[in-house]
Ligand binder design. Structure first.
Ligand code: NDP
Length: 321
């Protein structure tokens, strides 16, 4: 079989297309033929070494496919359609998935859609339902609203009854964010997004900000939240937020700041099944729309990373063997 392999961290070109032996599943494991692997920002952090992993490794955490072989105790069998968000090595024609990380893909949901929905879908789900549970009339700001997480979070925030402000950097992205249901779409490449929010809704109007952009937006975020509002910093597509004086939380209105990560919100089998089930069933029911913006061949993983890192993508990026 073929896979992407990283032997040194760095630029996208460190991802090499190699031939390798197909692995054999051990106790509690599945061997899955990958139908599609999801590309996520965390893969770029693994590639650059921002989140260090032992070398060499095959990147990719997310995907969907058909089980080829399963250990006896695994609870799945050959032919089962499964998806996952936490199996390192998914940029490959076949991957070992720990059975406690696999969920069944419901009938009516394609494997490519399932691969596209797992990591960003469950992220949007925990942000909107658990980190700061949104309700009717609440005002939230979602940065990068045409991105993978962004388009899903906008839809879930609207379903919860919230008023949604969002930021995007192009007119094509603005159309997508509006199509997902955002009430106010702000071009933060053209004006200060904070000025736009204040013009639309007055001073410090927001209950919560979901910020996956990080360095470029963090400081201004702090000036837009109501007293005791919540800043959810869940990523850093523009760069890492520098060390922070916690006194600013008091001075800006006794704010709450949290830095969550998906894996703590799917830590138990129950959590994973409940959250993945909610996302996949919403798709099957037609209540959640997944936009697959880009598909590359597996061997072209470097091109996919370059596009994601240069703001050239919308919705989900997939690698297809
Ligand atoms: P996106 O599809 O949202 O892509 C990133 C977007 O960020 C870009 O399209 C761009 O949108 C915006 N952006 C703003 N500034 C920059 C910059 N300087 N360079 C690149 N992009 C920039 O990615 P994902 O949906 O996969 O992830 C979004 C964020 O969420 C990432 O930071 C990721 O790490 C994080 N994440 C966190 C998780 C968690 O549990 N904590 C789980 C999943 C993702 P625009 O051009 O409109 O500005």
């Amino acid at each position: 079989m073929h896979a992407i392999r990283i032997t040194e961290t760095g630029e996208p070109s460190v991802m090499r297309w190699i031939e390798t032996d197909q692995p054999v599943p051990e106790a509690g494991e599945l061997l899955v033929r990958v139908a599609a692997a999801g590309v996520n920002f965390i893969d770029t952090y693994h590639r650059t070494g921002l989140y260090p992993l032992e070398l060499p490794f095959t990147p990719g955490l997310e995907g969907a496919g058909e089980v080829i072989a399963a250990a006896k105790d695994a609870g799945f069998g050959p032919g089962d359609r499964v998806a996952w968000s936490n199996a390192l090595g998914s940029y490959a024609e076949a991957v070992i998935v720990p059975s406690d990380q696999a969920v069944r893909v419901p009938d009516g949901v394609g494997l490519d859609v399932a691969a596209a929905a797992m990591l960003q879908g469950m992220t949007a789900h925990y942000l909107a339902h658990d980190t700061y549970p949104l309700g009717p009339g609440q005002r939230c700001l979602v940065h990068a609203g045409a991105g993978g997480v962004g388009l899903l979070l906008i839809q879930m925030a609207k379903q919860a009854g919230a008023e949604v402000f969002t930021t995007v950097s192009t007119s094509a992205k603005a159309e997508l964010a509006a199509g997902a249901g955002a009430d106010h779409v702000i071009r933060y490449d053209q004006e200060d997004f904070g000025d736009a929010v204040e013009r639309l809704a007055g001073e410090r109007p927001l209950d919560v900000i979901y910020d996956g952009v990080g360095r470029a937006t963090f400081d201004r975020d702090l000036e837009l939240l109501r007293s005791r509002g919540t800043l959810v910093l869940f990523g850093q597509s523009s760069g890492v937020v520098p060390p922070f004086d916690v006194g600013r939380l008091a001075r800006n209105g006794s704010l709450y700041l949290t830095r969550p990560t998906l894996f703590h919100y799917i830590a138990t089998r129950d959590d994973l099944e409940r959250r993945a089930g909610a996302v996949l069933e919403a798709i099957a029911a037609g209540d959640l729309s997944i936009r697959i913006g880009h598909r590359w061949g597996l061997a072209e993983a470097a091109a996919a990373h370059r596009a994601l890192e240069s703001r050239a993508t919308t919705g989900k990026v997939l690698l297809v063997p």
